[in-house]
Design a binder for this molecule. Structure first.
Ligand code: E4P
Length: 217
């Protein structure tokens, strides 16, 4: 299971990358806004840290302008995955980028039908949004499961990049279903380490160790 980190916070990316936890990065216009940084500068900095795919999103809404923006973003580094929205124009741009050998992440996917179109347009990654479906009382995880089934039925090579992840349970369930990649905020990835029985067990070991009066070093 590959871990992408869903942020434009360079310090957070570096911390997780140093631990070998980062296989790639996803950004979007909201995350760039949150970083307060220039998109070209911060994306370059991220690409200098992470060797895996770094998604940078176009903001134009028509295919021609998306292609112009995407080609500019792709010049930042060889590991850029151009991120386009799941619209007809986005799919048109996806096809153009894929034909030229660029990685493409098709984002804002909320249905199996949309995921099929992205695969047929040559997407490297499809990003179904789990949390935003859950937010409106639909089943985000079921979408991951359904896309996995359909992609496997037809041996589509597009990787399922489970996005809009809000909890460690989302990540564990994506692993069970077989999503190729998850992208999650740094805080969610770091919270995977937590378990109350680990804390409780460690406290007990420390208390018993203190009673021995011993030292290891
Ligand atoms: C990733 O590519 C998406 O932009 C991101 O996961 C969206 O997450 P959110 O729904 O928590 O904003």
């Amino acid at each position: 299971m590959k871990f992408f980190v869903d942020t434009a916070d360079v310090a957070a990316i570096k911390e997780l990358n140093d631990l070998g936890m980062v296989d790639g990065v996803t950004t979007n216009p909201s995350l760039i806004m949150k970083s307060g940084r220039d998109i070209l500068e911060v994306t370059k900095e991220i690409c200098d840290i992470v060797s895996g795919p770094v998604s940078a999103e176009v903001v134009a809404t028509d295919a021609k302008d998306m292609i112009e923006e995407g080609l500019k973003l792709a010049k930042i580094a060889p590991n850029i995955a151009i991120k386009v929205p799941l619209t007809w124009d986005g799919l048109t741009a996806c096809k153009a980028f894929a034909s030229e050998g660029h990685m493409v992440n098709v984002t804002l996917c909320f249905s199996v039908s949309q995921a099929i179109l992205a695969a047929k347009a040559g997407a490297t990654f499809i990003s179904p949004f789990i949390g935003r479906l859950d937010d409106i009382n639909l089943d985000g995880m079921q979408l991951i499961d359904d896309i996995r089934t359909v992609y496997d039925n037809y041996d589509y090579k597009t990787e399922i990049l489970a996005a809009s992840i809000r909890s460690t349970n989302h990540i564990a369930e994506c692993g069970r279903i077989g999503a190729d990649v998850i992208t999650a905020p740094p805080a969610v990835i770091k919270s995977m380490v937590k378990h109350p029985l680990t804390d409780q067990g460690l406290a007990q070991f420390m208390a018993d160790w203190a009673k021995t009066g011993q030292k290891i070093v």
